[in-house]
Design a protein around this ligand. Structure first.
Ligand code: GAL
Length: 742
């Protein structure tokens, strides 16, 4: 018996908290009805006071539990509440939790009533409490507030499986094994024995199985370990073939039967002195840091939107790694990383500051909570057990490392620092190397940073960011420099055998505190903006993918005579994975240009750089055309008009079909293009968005284009039907979109 009941819809919410709200008979009808994931306060896109969401609020919900479960154990599971929660059931305090990024559960068996209403009340403190990481000093990101991840009831028998840690062993030999460590709970007053079986299935077909009898004593927790021989034919989880199997663990104890299911991938991942090895093969890691925030609703985005970010990183940016800066992120995001083969470096919450002993205790608990939630994700290859960019603290970091190694002996630890000669207590020296300022030095030799006589496993975990903040609507020259700085660093990382890889700052722009960013509460450090719309730097990464996956041909230009200083568009950097590019100006061939291998010897696909001048200031401007070739054949063409004119407003949705039930959402991108279908970056029309039917818009319905385009998310109302999206500006109406909700 195991049942999970989602509790995501129909909460009653108010932006204050009073003791009276805890009482069962309190009348919450004046409260707002909300669904999870929920943010305690929608914020404007920019220039807002970050204090606006820092308050204590109340969530209430009625629960009905049928009588059939009265002999069961009942838990309530919270996946993420920012940042301190006190939970009451039927006026009784059942528990509290510190920390906004990790899950927590409470046993409500003794308090819950059957066949009648139960009142669940959650006090949510979203202030920046100094006793909880990352708070205590300034932080370069916003943490938002509310019950921003899912909540559910878990109903199990009195003897049940609490958690399972899966570990693959000897994968590079012909004695491949799966070890399962099973945490059991016996809440009965009887001792006896239980039989446990572990089955590995591939699309329903059993490919391995073992079982064991274990003694269990009354009212106790137990750990059983089973090792299963894997067949030679087992496929390994890899970047290109992220093969996943289903593992079923069955517990039988008298009449009690529990089935615990988990997806798993078999892979061997290790950072060595000379780089990172996946399944015995050395792989250079290319990644970006991801904050989990979105415009308006902060962290409160549902499953589909979380998953989409992983797809963007893998497919739109061509990366093989992400760092979940600076905290554990949504399980939906991690699930998708497992499915598509995107490696993850996950770390505990924190930012530069280490607090007092009480604070450190919360941080150590974060280590355990993070690992116990996520230890079965094949995508995760490294635990970050330091507070990002903090100073050394021998005792604290010895403790976090020991906890991580004890909880999950199968993974290495890292811990991100920005200081040289930092004490290496981790398995991997993970370093934010912000040396590149556009000059000669791009990345430092690891020994210069570590101060150690020998090379150690080493990974660059940040670069660029504040060294060159760039907005999507910045000038072409700035965007070009931004793009080539990213290229230079991935080139340098590729050329250094003792750097496992480099993870840049960062994937997406993010809202931040007043002490950072451009004064607008945004750090414009992403290679994409907050709406996940690419800046030119995004193509520095994307152009490294294989052309069989997608042909990339992205000239870093708006193609106009007078955008750059002095005029012209050269040197013109074309991010491409084509073998060569023909460039035509005014219909005449200027030349055939090849990737700049001499300047970027480490890159799989160096950019094509065109230096030819196209006439001088005062001469007529003409059209441009780029044709990329593969195997001697035209593979992609891009044309620029000499006289761009706003021609249409295009609306495009990430998804055509959404799900009813729990909240679902998708992004709609609005852009104005010219007669060649190129985005025109300097148009600043206001767009009016009208959403009708069975969905609603997240954020304002009137927004102005930023850099020629903008996006918005549309969310469901829980019911099946259709959502229609219409958008207009002073010059155009967009194509109408209709999204199904099934
Ligand atoms: C780093 C920090 C990041 C971000 C970045 C901006 O020092 O770890 O969180 O603030 O700088 O470049």
């Amino acid at each position: 018996m195991r049942k999970t009941v989602p509790l995501n819809n129909d909460w009653r919410f108010t932006e204050v908290f009073e003791e009276a709200f805890i009482k069962e008979d309190f009348d919450d009808t004046p409260f707002q009805t909300v669904n999870l994931p929920h943010t305690n306060k929608e914020v404007p896109y920019s220039y807002f006071d970050e204090k606006m969401y820092q308050f204590v609020s109340c969530y209430r919900k009625e629960l009905f539990v049928p009588k059939q479960y009265q002999d069961n154990k009942i838990f309530i599971d919270f996946e993420g509440v920012m940042c301190f929660a006190k939970v009451y059931l039927n006026s009784k305090l059942i528990g509290e939790h510190k920390g906004g990024y990790t899950p927590f559960s409470f046993d409500i068996t003794d308090v819950v009533r059957f066949e009648t209403a139960n009142t669940l009340v959650v006090m949510v403190d979203s202030t920046e409490r100094k006793d909880i990481p990352p708070f205590g000093n300034v932080v370069d990101y916003l943490t938002y507030g509310g019950i921003y991840r899912e909540v559910s009831l878990r109903i199990v028998d009195s003897v049940f499986i609490d958690n399972v840690r899966l570990e693959s062993m000897n994968l590079l030999s012909n004695e491949k094994k799966l070890k399962a460590e099973i945490c059991l709970s016996n809440h009965t007053r009887a001792s006896g024995s239980a039989s446990i079986s572990v089955k590995v299935k591939d699309k329903g077909n059993e490919v391995g199985m073992t079982s064991l009898m274990v003694p269990i004593s009354e009212s106790a927790e137990h750990t059983a370990e089973l090792v299963l021989d894997l067949d030679e034919s087992i496929e390994l989880w890899d970047l290109e073939n992220p093969k996943l199997y289903d593992v079923e663990i069955t517990l039988q104890c008298g009449d009690y039967v529990d089935l615990y299911e988990r997806r798993f991938g078999f892979r061997d991942a290790v950072f060595k002195k000379d780089g990172f090895y996946l399944n015995g093969r050395k792989r250079k890691l290319y990644g970006l840091n991801r904050h989990q925030s979105f415009p308006y609703v902060g962290y409160a985005m549902p499953k589909r939107v979380q998953r989409k970010d992983a797809d963007i990183l893998k497919y739109e940016l061509g990366l093989n790694m992400v760092r979940t800066s600076h905290y554990p992120q949504s399980r939906h995001f991690l699930d998708r990383c497992d499915e598509i083969g995107l490696l993850v470096f996950e770390e505990i919450p924190g930012w530069q500051y280490i607090g007092d002993e009480e604070w450190k205790e919360v941080s150590k608990t974060n280590v355990i909570e993070m690992i116990k939630r996520d230890w079965n994700h094949p995508s995760i290859v490294l635990w970050g057990v330091r507070i990002n960019e903090s100073q050394d603290d021998h005792d604290f970091y010895q403790a976090t490392n020991a906890l991580a190694r004890h909880t999950d002996p199968s993974r290495q630890t890292g811990g991100v620092r920005a200081i040289n000669n930092s004490e290496l207590l981790e398995d991997v020296y993970t370093m934010n190397d912000f040396i590149h300022d556009g000059g000669e030095v791009v990345l430092r030799d690891q020994k210069e940073i570590t101060g150690l006589p020998e090379n150690v496993p080493y990974l660059v975990t940040e670069y660029n960011g504040h060294m060159y903040p760039t907005k999507r609507f910045d000038s072409e020259e700035r965007q070009m420099e931004h793009s080539v700085r990213h290229l230079r660093i991935i080139n340098a990382a590729a050329m250094d055998d003792y750097i496992s890889g480099a993870i840049g700052w960062c994937a997406f722009d993010y809202n931040t505190h007043k002490d950072f960013g451009s004064g607008d509460r945004i750090c414009h450090h992403g290679v994409m903006d907050m709406f996940r719309i690419p800046k030119f730097a995004a193509y520095a990464y994307k152009s490294q993918i294989e052309s069989q996956r997608e042909v990339v041909l992205e000239p870093v230009t708006v193609f106009a005579r007078g955008e750059r200083c002095i005029g012209g568009v050269t040197p013109l950097v074309v991010m491409t994975n084509c073998e060569y590019v023909d460039f035509m100006y005014g219909g005449e061939l200027v030349g055939r240009f090849y990737p700049a291998k001499d300047r970027y010897p480490g890159l799989t696909h160096p950019p094509v750089i065109i230096d030819e001048m196209l006439g001088e200031w005062g001469m007529a401007w003409r059209s441009g055309e780029f044709v990329g070739y593969l195997d001697g054949k035209e593979a992609k063409r891009k044309k620029y008009s000499e006289a761009p004119i706003a021609s249409k407003l295009i609306a495009s949705a990430d998804d055509q079909v959404l799900s009813s039930g729990d909240m679902d959402a998708t992004r709609i991108v609005f852009q104005i293009v010219d007669q060649e279908d190129n985005l025109i970056p300097y148009i600043n029309e206001t767009i009016k968005i009208l959403v009708t039917g069975d969905g609603e818009l997240i954020g304002p319905s009137e927004i102005s284009l930023v850099g020629g385009c903008i996006a918005a998310w549309v969310k469901t109302k829980g019911v099946k039907g259709e959502i229609a999206i219409a958008a207009t500006c002073s010059r155009f109406s967009a194509n109408e979109l209709v999204i199904q909700v099934d």
